[in-house]
Design a protein around this ligand. Structure first.
Ligand code: NAD
Ligand code: WQD
Length: 336
């Protein structure tokens, strides 16, 4: 059985990916410092997959923990999720973000090198494209200077990997996620936002659950079909499956680095998302139109031809499924 190290594997995208890795026959070891997750997620993953998981509670910045981890296991590859991800917080605490997202990555690369592990999947983001001039964005769309320190950590992270992979002959897949949303259909695992959510879908579900009073739609004067911003929302289970395909592909790569967009290829406006939620969940959502949010791009959605053709992956869930699963998760996690 091939063994995969999943950093940040108890987090939102990591937990769904561990389920899919186990279902595909991989053995998984997670390292997570529980900063944005809970140990309970380990049991929930095992409930879904029916397989045990080995968990190391620790920080990827701890050199000794990382070296012991690599010494104790013969890893076939690594999927690296462990990072901070709150755009607004990164503006307030840039050094915290550079430390965890960049220094953490460098520590991981060193440990991989020390122990001869060659296959790496890295969580990147469509944020690297900024406000793209041509849509949909392909993997060759130029990278813009980032709007936030968080975005900068993804651009620099990609660059470090590009340089390092060539030098050390790594096989690395950079996955640029569009907007991951929803939760596992079992409603056992999902996103656990810290405090007031800044992302749209958790804000919608928390408003519907009565935790928030009202959703504010940030601007309806954009140059889009209904004036609200367009994003490519991707179901987290589809995204998780892309990691399994990427891991199978990594070893056979001829180049050191491949980049893939991971989206559905379809854009939805904010109001379309709200309407899909209302229809699928049979709930009238309390919302109002407010001013634009600083730093928001007007519209972005992915060209997915590369990942469709090379990884033979495509999204299976649509926006209606996403809203329904997000709501099932909200109801289940509110109960817990
Ligand atoms: P998350 O916060 O839910 O998961 C990250 C996990 O990593 C958490 O469990 C946290 O406890 C752990 N962690 C953080 N720093 C650590 C450290 N130093 N050592 C050990 N564990 C640590 O985030 P997520 O949404 O699952 O995102 C995963 C990755 O995907 C991140 O790199 C993020 O930047 C990237 N990404 C996320 C989104 C999104 O919208 N969620 C979009 C694009 C890219
Ligand atoms: C989506 C749309 C908002 C909240 C962020 C990061 C990006 C990536 C994914 C990590 C926008 C609108 C939102 C609300 C609203 N993460 N909105 N009212 O900004 O596209 O991307 O998450 O890499 O880097 O920036 O996602 O969910 O915040 O917003 O109207 O209360 O919903 O204006 O148009 P975003 P989001």
């Amino acid at each position: 059985m091939k063994k995969i190290l999943v950093t940040g594997g108890l987090g939102y995208i990591g937990s769904h990916t561990v389920v899919e890795l186990q279902s595909a026959g991989y053995d998984v070891v997670i390292i997570d410092n529980l900063e944005n997750s809970s140990q309970e997620v380990k049991n929930r993953i095992s409930n879904i997959s029916g397989h045990p998981i080995e968990l190391v509670v620790g920080d990827i910045n701890d050199e000794q923990i990382m070296n012991n981890l690599f010494k104790d296991h013969n890893f076939y590859g690594v999927i690296h999720f462990a990072a901070y991800k709150a755009v607004g917080e990164s503006v307030e605490y840039p050094v915290k973000y550079y430390h965890n997202n960049i220094t953490g990555l460098i520590g991981l690369l060193k440990a991989m090198d020390n122990h001869g592990v060659k296959n790496l999947i890295f969580s990147s983001s469509c944020t690297v494209y900024g406000e793209a001039e041509d849509l949909p964005v392909t993997e060759n769309t130029p990278i813009k200077s980032a709007e936030s320190p968080y975005g900068t950590t993804k651009i620099i992270g990609e660059q470090i990997i590009q340089d390092y992979a060539k030098h050390k002959n790594l096989k690395t897949v950079l996955l640029r996620y569009f907007n991951p949303v929803a939760a596992h259909p079992s409603a056992e695992i999902g996103e656990l936002p810290n405090g007031i959510p800044s992302n749209l879908v958790p804000y919608i579900t928390q408003t519907a659950a009565g935790i928030r009073e009202q959703l504010v739609v940030y601007g309806d004067d954009y140059n889009t079909s209904d004036g609200t911003c367009v994003r490519d929302y991707i179901h987290v289970v589809d995204l998780a499956k892309a990691h399994v395909k990427a891991m199978a592909f990594a070893d056979s790569m001829t180049d050191q680095v491949e980049v893939f967009n991971v989206g559905t290829g379809h854009g939805s406006t904010v109001l379309e998302v709200v309407k899909a939620f209302e229809k699928q969940c049979n709930i009238k959502l309390n919302y109002k139109i407010g001013p634009r949010r600083d730093g928001d791009v007007e519209q972005i959605f992915a060209d997915t031809q590369k990942i469709n053709n090379i990884l033979n992956w495509q999204a299976e869930y649509d926006i209606n499924d996403m809203m329904y699963h997000a709501w099932m998760w909200q109801k289940n996690s509110s109960k817990k």
